[in-house]
Design a binder for this molecule. Structure first.
Ligand SMILES: C[S@@+](CC[C@H](N)C(=O)[O-])C[C@H]1O[C@@H](n2cnc3c(N)ncnc32)[C@H](O)[C@@H]1O
Length: 229
């Protein structure tokens, strides 16, 4: 099945409760990490800054950018329809962005690069970023020791990446990176009430593990801040 067709037919209703809990946990971690990034806050404070949420889906991360000048792009018309805002939504392809060169100060690209030719996508994002622009990427980590099948076992094109894949991308340098999400898949066997409580506790532990030498590169997800060279 093609990636686009998969998302055109995707319904949130068919996800089991434990999966929703794990996905919410992942989203909370992403939200916290991005909202505490110096680079994100620097751009957020620039009044004129223009932001692109590239592969926004139905707007899971809308709260990060809702007060900023943001354009939301996704290839799936179905998901954009589910995204409950009226303006600034565009149906388009990350591999052929419908914007002029040097347009954006910041691009957020969260859990999208796994599904596409990531080098081509990065080259497109580089083209539409301004000279001092920044790209914040979240992707499933190829080096993870977690391997939660919810995030790794896909029937459509899904290629996890690691920090090395971003080291020699033309036009960018890596300004910051870390991996995160260290919940072992075994925990999902517990009833959802217990799993929920466990995840609440684990939120504090996750960041500690991410900062240890042993696990630095081993989380389920990688966040990478790329700056235009
Ligand atoms: C795992 S979802 C992530 C959505 C959202 N960023 C989030 O984290 O909730 C992947 C998204 O990438 C979008 N996508 C896949 N291929 C794309 C492409 N070529 N151009 C733009 N969006 C694409 C999908 O439609 C889907 O919304």
């Amino acid at each position: 099945m093609k990636v686009k067709d998969f998302y055109e037919n995707w319904e949130i209703g068919c996800i089991p409760k434990y999966a929703k809990l794990l996905m919410n946990f992942e989203e909370e971690l992403i939200f916290d990490i991005i909202s505490n990034l110096d680079e994100f806050n620097r751009i957020k404070n620039k009044k004129e800054a223009l932001i692109l949420d590239c592969g926004c889906g139905f707007g899971s991360f809308y709260n990060l950018t809702k007060d900023l000048n943001t354009i939301y792009l996704d290839i799936s018309f179905n998901l954009l329809k589910k995204f409950n805002i009226k303006t600034n939504k565009i149906c388009g392809d990350i591999l052929n962005l419908p914007f002029k060169d040097n347009s954006f100060d910041l691009i957020l690209c969260i859990n999208v690069l796994e599904h596409v030719d990531y080098k081509k996508a990065l080259s497109e994002m580089r083209r539409v970023l301004k000279k001092e622009g920044t790209c914040i990427i979240v992707v499933v980590n190829k080096n993870s020791i977690i391997n939660e099948e919810l995030f790794t076992d896909w029937k459509i094109y899904h290629q996890p990446l690691d920090i090395k894949d971003f080291e020699s991308i033309e036009g960018f340098y890596i300004a910051y990176w870390k991996t995160f999400y260290f919940v072992h898949p075994i925990f999902k066997i517990f009833p959802t009430k217990i799993l929920g409580k466990f995840l609440k506790f684990f939120k504090k532990v996750d960041n500690k593990l991410a900062n240890t030498k042993m696990f630095k590169n081993k989380g389920q997800f990688l966040i990478c801040v790329l700056k235009v060279r």
